[in-house]
Ligand binder design. Sequence first.
Ligand SMILES: Cc1cc2nc3c(=O)[nH]c(=O)nc-3n(C[C@H](O)[C@H](O)[C@H](O)COP(=O)(O)OP(=O)(O)OC[C@H]3O[C@@H](n4cnc5c(N)ncnc54)[C@H](O)[C@@H]3O)c2cc1C
Length: 464
Amino acid sequence: MDSARALSDARPTPFWLEDPGRPTALPTLVGDTRCDLLVVGGGYSGLWTALIAKERDPSLDVVLVEGQEVGWAASGRNGGFCAASLTHGFGNGLQRWPAELGQLERLGVANLDGIEATLERHGIDAEWERTGEIDIATQPHQLDELHEMAEAVGRYGLDITVLDRDELRAQVDSPTFLGGVWDKDGVAMVHPAKLAWGLKQACLDQGVRIHEHTPASALREHGAGMAVRTPYGRVLAGKVALGTNAFPSLLKRVRPYVVPVYDYALMTEPLTAEQLAAVGWHGRQGLSDSANKFHYFRLSADNRILWGGYDAVYRFGGHVRHEYDQRPETFRTLARNFFQCFPQLEGLRFTNAWGGAIDTCSRFSAFFDTVHQGRVAYAAGFTGLGVGATRFGAEVMLDLLSGERTERTELEMVRRKPLPFPPEPVRWAGIGITTRSLEHADRTGGRRNLWLRTLDRMGLGFDS
Ligand SMILES: Cc1cc2nc3c(=O)[nH]c(=O)nc-3n(C[C@H](O)[C@H](O)[C@H](O)COP(=O)(O)OP(=O)(O)OC[C@H]3O[C@@H](n4cnc5c(N)ncnc54)[C@H](O)[C@@H]3O)c2cc1C
């Protein structure tokens, strides 16, 4: 079958957000209100910040304002790979913070354990499956790179299992797979929207006041605290935490550090028992291939396959817009690549096709700071690996707002910021050259051209 025809019934909405458990929106804020801590943004960053603030001090009065609905953005439409890594993968961490990578990996595992413990404590059913992730080589040079990575991981005393072609294909069968490395414990699969909605309920249960359809439009100092304007009211807060991800930050100085990059995903119909048997996948791991333009794929609880990634699209001007959530040419490419990977699933259809904005920064992992004499903190730049790391980001924001020195605030990763992106049109041109260079490297055995090698030396990058 022409792979594009498999898309003909696909709804242009994120599969996860169609779940009948989607809660109704809470009322918008009308009038003035006061609180100790205001959290702006109702994705994982904001929700974790509000929840952990209450767990640290139940007497704290916490308000959360969300411009649309809790979990509607990246947090409700992602791939659901919840990784321990705080550094957008071991390789990126090794390149940037070799001296503290052991510590970062330990903190990352504690963070993942913390998420799991929170789900248990608050009775959140987010279809959590700690099945790990296999990074897959589909080209010979990627095999060498994966083996080098596995050796480096071993030097840090971390556990990773190398799979040869047959061992890998016994786990999940594709004629394109050459081998892989399996991180058995460092990644969990989760239903992204159920995680966001569960955190919302946990926040409400702890007494957080949440207002949806309440975009914050301005932030200014007010007495000893801050005043934040919303369409029909104002929040007067002692402290403010910003978890607004790829959306324009209320702090203009943060904007040059983040560009919205659109990432896209497809969801198939549920596999029959025969179709599932044809791929195996008894371990239900998350999978990703290791090209620069990579795919990530996984099973849902009802045995659909989510298949996403490959194109990472930046549009001139860096706006976040609803119309960017759909990109038929990317969906066609994804569908074609899906059937190349799993030809035995010929005839399977896609039920959903969607996209969303990723807050990409030039070092691929979050950065943090405070402004207004320590009254406002922010975390941004999670770059496509924020499902787990946003909880760590929330802890960092709360540490910074409390003014305490903690193990987290002493990290170089937390103290230093990435290089900002240049303004337009240089930004657009630079990202375009980088994207084409990465495609070229994928076609030529991974060879990085002069442009990419220069960016590597400068510690600059572009990724989804
Ligand atoms: C298609 C896709 C697939 C992905 N897959 C993965 C994956 O498998 N694993 C992984 O780790 N990461 C993945 N990510 C990234 C991950 O989803 C994000 O890193 C994470 O959800 C970020 O959470 P957040 O709370 O910072 O941002 P968001 O979920 O975007 O939340 C920010 C919220 O702030 C609100 N907001 C913004 N400005 C204002 C304002 N002024 N006033 C009030 N509210 C405001 C927005 O409405 C939004 O709800 C993926 C992302 C996409 C788009």
